[in-house]
Ligand binder design. Structure first.
Ligand code: GUN
Ligand code: FE
Length: 469
């Protein structure tokens, strides 16, 4: 297939180069080829002649140019590094209990419904549509223990063109304290997981379409719901197929106490996963709220990423994760919504709650020896994009607009109908408008969503100026 320019964007681009470098590129001209890659990025193209010269140089035509208004901008797509697609019907309910009771009362009964493929067919397409409309171009999903329904989730993510890491959940520990009915046998858990992994890898291999971006991810629910034998087998499957791993770690103090009761010979919660060969540079652990210094060290040594899910941590009263400390220790961090522990489907909400969590930590550290400054706008933007990309080992593929990367992007319009953002001409430059979007905006401001160069959600963008009311 010959490579040609398929789309060019002209306007403001905002992206992260590092935690401390948030770059605004004005009058940018960005070219995407028909394979979804960014092939050029010219800065300060401030007159029409220069624009035409560049277009000519790339042997393309002006009709490919999408012209943004002076208040619109492009952002890299958001990465949700931890969410439970299956729990979407419970988002917004059940906030009265801590983790283990919440799982038993609300979560496991809902997840059990996915033994019916019909139920999955009703829910999963809506989940993926909603996440895409919120700007989540990459999502790391938990499904349920059910093979068929989990395969269906992978197929839907593929069909809708989202970049997705999909996990069939594993849980074989039958325990009245945790779950007596929503469990698998160790044998069926292992067998179904292998089948699931092969199914998803085949989706990828069989696809002639460039948009197949799904990857299986090994998903022991958490140490409490898995036997040692199952954890070992899952470590082996991850190695055999060379695929990533996800789970929950150190979310709640009662959970941690239960883990130490179940694995009395292992030093701490993190060691339990390490002992079963589940920690490596492709592992994503959700939460990490109550980690000891030894656990920090081990996570760093294994290059494990932490998915910070602040809405969930507040909602389930799990605790406040000290992201500043994780970053200072050199541990990779991304953001997660953790539906339905967290009630919001949007990474914008994770950004805001991550900001508030960091302020909470800051306030209580102010009088101690070690002060932990709140996360900055630049850091929050990084965590939602590049940080997430690092967790899924795609930092060289997505996360910002570096030439050669794939074009996963959001076209933001702060002035759409019903927009929650109030702009004042005399005050608001693009820097202020961006900040307002991050703290006030919602999916009404996300005019179009692109994954690997293809528009996967949003409205017609062929004539943006004319689209404005
Ligand atoms: N720990 C084990 N399972 C879950 C879950 O479904 N949600 C959250 N937040 N934590 C968990
Ligand atoms: Fe979770």
């Amino acid at each position: 297939m010959s490579v040609r320019i398929s789309q060019i964007f002209y306007g403001t681009l905002i992206h992260s180069l590092s935690l401390t470098e948030l770059e605004f590129i004005h009058n940018a001209l960005l070219g995407v080829n028909n394979q979804g890659k960014i092939v050029f990025l010219e800065r300060n193209v401030s007159n029409e002649q220069t624009l035409r010269d560049i277009i000519k140089k790339w042997e393309t035509t002006e009709d490919k140019v999408v012209r943004l208004t002076n208040r619109q901008f492009l952002l890299p797509g958001f990465v949700d590094t931890h969410t439970h697609a299956s729990q979407y019907p419970n988002a917004g309910i059940g906030m009265d209990l801590p983790l283990l009771d919440w799982l038993k009362k609300y979560t496991f009964p809902l997840e059990q419904s996915y033994s019916s493929l019909n139920f999955a067919e009703k829910i999963y397409p809506i989940v993926v549509n909603h996440l895409l409309s919120c700007g989540t171009t990459t999502a790391v999903y938990f499904a349920t223990i059910h093979l068929e329904a989990s395969e269906f989730l992978a197929k839907i993510v593929q069909l809708k063109g989202q970049r997705g890491f999909i996990g069939k959940v594993n849980m074989d520990r039958k325990d009245p304290e945790i779950s007596e009915t929503y469990v698998e046998t160790t044998e069926s858990s292992v067998k179904d997981t292998e089948k699931f992994v092969e199914y998803v890898l085949n989706l990828k291999h069989e696809s002639t379409d460039k948009s197949c971006l799904v990857t299986p991810i090994i998903t022991p629910r958490f140490a409490i719901s898995c036997s040692s034998e199952l954890l070992n087998s899952l470590g082996e499957i991850a190695k055999k197929f060379n695929i990533p791993i996800q789970s929950h770690l150190s979310e709640n103090t009662e959970e941690i106490a239960t883990v130490s009761k179940l694995f009395p010979r292992l030093e701490n919660y993190t060691t339990v996963y390490d002992h079963h060969n589940l920690l490596n540079h492709r592992t994503i652990m959700a939460h990490g709220v109550h980690l000891s210094p030894q656990e920090f060290k081990l996570l760093k040594e294994r290059n494990v990423g932490i998915s910070h899910c602040p809405n969930s941590n507040f909602t389930l009263c799990s605790g406040v994760c000290n992201v500043r400390q994780l970053l200072d220790e050199g541990i990779k961090v991304g953001l997660g919504t953790d539906i339905s522990g967290g009630f919001s489907k949007s990474i914008l909400d994770s950004i805001r709650n991550a900001s508030i969590a960091s302020r909470t930590i800051y306030m209580s550290s102010k009088t101690s020896d070690k002060v932990f400054p709140p996360l900055t706008l630049s850091e929050l933007t990084y965590l939602a994009t590049m940080g997430g990309a690092q967790l899924v080992n795609l930092e060289n593929v997505i996360g910002n607009f570096i030439v050669g990367k794939e074009f996963d992007a959001l076209l933001i319009d702060p002035e759409t109908e019903g927009s929650p953002i109030h702009i004042v001409d005399e005050l608001d430059n693009i820097h202020r408008i961006f900040e307002k979007f991050m703290f006030l905006g919602d999916e009404r401001n996300i005019k179009a969503v692109f994954v690997k160069g293809s528009k996967v959600s949003g409205t017609d963008i062929t004539n943006l100026e004319a689209n404005k009311y």
